[in-house]
Ligand binder design. Structure first.
Ligand code: IMP
Length: 113
């Protein structure tokens, strides 16, 4: 699946939009939703609700990283790698404007001096 976030000026909050859907029917299946990082939690919550509406047998969620200080919604993560403070991180698949995604470690971005 692919999703993107965008700002909703009417509600002054960010919204999640489905860009690419699953090709398979998940009714009656056990589903594991794997996210790289949970920031506000909106992406995880959006996907979790979307998938649960399709009547799978179960839905569990997994994320490598979570930023608890940024949580805007209650997005449950069943299997979590670790938590970090409110910093932007790159590497290991995480990007900043498509850059630094292939770093073989996770690094925190520093603001320009
Ligand atoms: P959320 O919907 O606010 O939880 O944002 C989740 C999505 O934002 C992730 O799937 C990432 O694509 C992106 N994201 C949030 N924080 C970071 C970060 O620190 N580094 C890279 N991507 C991030």
């Amino acid at each position: 699946m692919a999703v993107s976030s965008y700002e909703n000026s009417a509600e002054a909050s960010s919204m999640v939009r489905l860009v690419m859907d699953l090709r398979k029917n998940i009714e009656g299946k056990h589903v594991l939703l794997v996210e790289d990082i949970v920031d506000t939690g909106r992406t995880m919550q959006f996907l979790s609700e979307l998938l649960r509406a399709r009547k799978p047998r179960s839905v569990k969620t997994c994320a490598l990283v979570r930023k608890p200080d940024r949580a805007a919604v209650d997005a449950e993560v069943d299997y979590l790698g670790f938590e970090i403070p409110d910093v932007w991180v790159v590497g290991y698949g995480l990007d900043f404007g498509e850059g630094d995604r292939t770093l073989p470690y996770i690094a925190a971005m520093k603001a320009d001096p």
